[in-house]
Design a protein around this ligand. Structure first.
Ligand SMILES: [Zn+2]
Length: 422
């Protein structure tokens, strides 16, 4: 890569999160944002070369400044590009009709059992061809970018057959190639038991293990393997088998755990060495302790609880227990139809008892570690990829305080300005 070097200069607050590349931050350290006032960043070939006060960076760079493109961040906040570590980005169709049903009292599980929910999206996704899926998902990815997100994880799991799971994953791979936002793929064939297997779920589990996982791995279409461990979906025992099978093929485990009731999901995550356990609204104290000990990242999804009018996961308790916490949109067509990671940050503060500093850590470096990218993104340090956001607020607290607005002004991905608000 070549092109002009880039100077992002004079940020009122430059949030660096320095020193967090090897492991996610926990406990008190989640508030160590390592802020530089009047901070600047020097970028060459898409990589951060120098970070410091404006005076320090200018001195280091010297006469090369003359060739640089300059982004002026005076009076503004600059952070690492936001990272969303849990989305169901690739799907077709929409489910507004279920919103009314829910508001009249139907539960998410009741709607699913009546053929709605995941099943409705599965039919729409199976019917869509690759091009339609690509176009619909690309529009969502554009929206993520406009909200300051430079990397998203994306799960399959609306195909629920080899052919259609591969189709979803191929779309995610193509988006990763074409779009400025990086897309990290997770195979989630075990997202639901397809209607046709309702009476013989073990047969479907076998299909996931024997057909889907080997083929996904052979085609290098995913890095992670995720399973929805919940009563009425996959049992802890089935989940364990699916996650262990993935590990044999090099797919690192993730798990949708303890969303609706305590079901041993957090404990299982610790036992199989999952990279993350996600949701955790009902995780047991035992499970939380086990996750802290094993270093499993808790990916919390307050937008889902908000939209389903459910009680939130206890983010405060998990941070205090020493679990590394990340936050995510859970962007999906049913339980969290949003792309706004800034709104999620706000919910993290108001509904989960986390501080503005903790939620910023949870959507940058800890989110990067939740998808094994902590070594290359999530903080602003020499040697890392130059993914940054300039926000139109003077300090990091303003991001959460002025809620419901999009404060994103400029997004820089791999050292290039890829979005600028008019
Ligand atoms: Zn999910």
């Amino acid at each position: 890569m070549s092109g002009k070097p880039l100077l992002i200069q004079k940020a009122a607050q430059l949030v660096t999160l320095k020193g967090s590349s090897t492991a996610p931050l926990r406990g008190k350290a989640m508030e160590d944002l390592h802020i530089i006032e009047d901070g600047s960043v020097w970028v060459e070939d898409g990589i951060i070369r120098s970070v410091g006060t404006d005076a320090q960076v200018r001195e280091q760079v010297g006469s090369r400044l003359e060739e640089a493109e300059v982004v002026d961040a005076a009076g503004r906040l600059v952070t690492p590009g936001l990272v969303d570590p849990h989305t169901h980005l690739v799907f077709a169709g929409s489910r507004e009709n279920e919103f009314e049903m829910r508001l009249q009292g139907a539960t998410y599980m009741e709607i699913m059992e009546a053929g709605g929910g995941i099943h409705a999206t599965t039919s729409a996704t199976r019917q869509a061809d690759e091009e339609q899926l690509y176009q619909e998902s690309r529009r969502r990815l554009d929206q993520f970018l406009r909200h300051g997100v430079t990397t998203v994880e994306a799960k399959s799991g609306y195909g629920l057959s080899l052919e259609h799971e591969l189709k979803q994953l191929k779309v995610a791979q193509k988006l990763n190639r074409d779009h400025p936002v990086n897309v990290v793929s997770t195979f989630m064939g075990a997202h639901a038991i397809p209607a046709a297997y309702k009476e013989r779920p073990d047969e479907f589990v076998e299909q996931v293990i024997r057909e889907m996982i080997p083929e996904v791995a052979r085609r290098k279409l995913a890095e992670f393997n995720d399973v929805f461990c919940e009563r009425g979906v996959f049992t802890p025992d089935q989940s364990r088998r699916i996650l262990e099978a993935g590990k044999e093929y090099g797919l690192a485990p993730k798990i949708h755990a303890d969303e609706i009731e305590p079901y041993g999901g957090a404990e299982l995550a610790a036992q199989v060495g999952a990279v993350s356990a996600d949701h955790l609204l009902k995780a047991s104290d035992e499970g939380i302790r086990a996750m802290a000990e094993a270093g499993v990242v808790a990916v919390l999804l307050p937008g889902t609880a908000f939209f389903l009018m459910a009680e939130m996961a206890d983010g405060r308790k998990m941070v205090d227990a020493g679990v590394p916490v990340a936050l995510s949109t859970d962007c999906n067509p049913g339980s969290s139809p949003t792309i706004s990671l800034p709104l999620i940050m706000n919910l993290g503060c108001l509904k989960m008892g986390m501080t503005p500093a903790e939620v910023l850590t949870a959507t940058t470096i800890n989110a990067a570690h939740a998808i094994r990218r902590g070594h290359e993104i999530g903080s602003l340090e020499a040697g890392k990829k130059a993914d940054l956001v300039v926000f139109d607020v003077p300090n990091y607290m303003g991001l959460q305080y002025h809620y419901g607005s999009n404060h994103t002004r400029t997004v820089i991905k791999d050292g290039k300005v890829v979005y600028e608000r008019d």
